[in-house]
Design a protein around this ligand. Structure first.
Ligand code: HEC
Ligand code: HEC
Length: 236
């Protein structure tokens, strides 16, 4: 398809200009479209390979954006990437680094993700606007909640093994599909914890129909016991 795309403008330009214009008008009235991309191009039928190619590219970028949302936002916000201005080679290095750090990106989506990152956040993109927020706003999503529920860690252990260990690892410290849970602020935030487990989040399914509220609290208690002594000895 790519090879055809390169040859088609030449073919069209080989017509005498008047014939080419007529062909262009016919194509336009057939499609009813005055898209700006078409206006800048040499005359061609509306269903040209180029528009197929554009559609392919748009689809690719959409897949890449979705791969970004589902595989990159579990440890940091989108701004961590959107604030960068990197070349294609630098984005490749960056994505490989993040995979090494635990981003569960399926290999077949890597090219689409790179296409999205490179086209959106390249050195030629406009400078990133840095948002200013108040300290209290920045701390709110990680601040410990005042009251901890009293769950039963011994009851939570087998539930964790059955429902969570596949993705988050046998000790809660992360595996291929899920990130580490044990050194995360969410273990000081029981209501956020319950919300994530009930509703799911991006690539994590919800357990609304699988676990009762009390069982979620038991898993929470067990996970808190898995923290390293230094984390456990911090406030709470
Ligand atoms: C397992 C957690 C995790 C996942 C998943 C993850 N990152 Fe990161 N990322 C980090 C950490 C940790 C940092 C360093 C943060 C800091 O410096 O404060 C970081 C930093 C970055 C930076 C800033 C430059 C740098 O290297 O410090 C970019 C850009 C970035 N990540 C992009 C991505 C992209 C794209 C993905 C998806 C493929 C992704 N991240 C997935 C943990 C993660
Ligand atoms: C299919 C894999 C999968 C299963 C099963 C799964 N998780 Fe997750 N979990 C994930 C992924 C992936 C994320 C990161 C979601 C995101 O932010 O994009 C996550 C995120 C979380 C978070 C939020 C972490 C944070 O830093 O805020 C908690 C808490 C959590 N999981 C707990 C559990 C518990 C408890 C279970 C079992 C009841 C479970 N998960 C089962 C994949 C899974």
């Amino acid at each position: 398809m790519k090879a055809q795309m390169k040859t088609s403008p030449k073919r069209v330009l080989a017509f005498p200009p008047i014939v080419a214009s007529l062909a262009w008008l016919c194509a336009l009235s057939a499609s009813g479209s005055w898209g700006s991309a078409q206006r800048e191009q040499a005359p061609r039928p509306a269903t040209s390979d180029r528009s197929d190619d554009d559609a392919d590219r748009q689809e690719r970028l959409a897949l890449g954006k979705r791969a970004f949302e589902e595989n990159c936002l579990m440890c940091h916000a989108a701004e961590m990437a959107a604030g960068q201005r990197l070349t294609s080679a630098q984005w490749t290095t960056e994505v490989d680094k993040m995979i090494g750090w635990g981003a569960p990106l399926p290999p077949e989506l890597k090219d689409d993700l790179l296409a999205y990152l490179t086209s959106s956040f390249s050195p030629s993109a406009a400078p990133a606007a840095l948002a200013r927020i108040k300290l209290a706003q920045a701390l709110a999503p990680i601040a410990p909640e005042p009251n901890l529920p009293s769950g039963d860690a011994a009851r939570g252990a087998p539930l964790y093994v059955a429902q969570c260990a596949n993705c988050h690892g046998p000790d809660g410290r992360g595996a291929e599909l899920g990130t580490s849970l044990v050194e995360k602020p969410v273990l000081n935030r029981p209501s956020e914890f319950s919300t994530v487990i009930r509703a799911g989040r991006r690539r994590m399914p919800g357990f609304d129909k699988v676990l009762t509220g009390a069982q979620v609290v038991d898993i929470f208690a067990w996970l808190r016991e898995q923290r390293s002594p230094s984390m456990a000895s911090l406030k709470q």
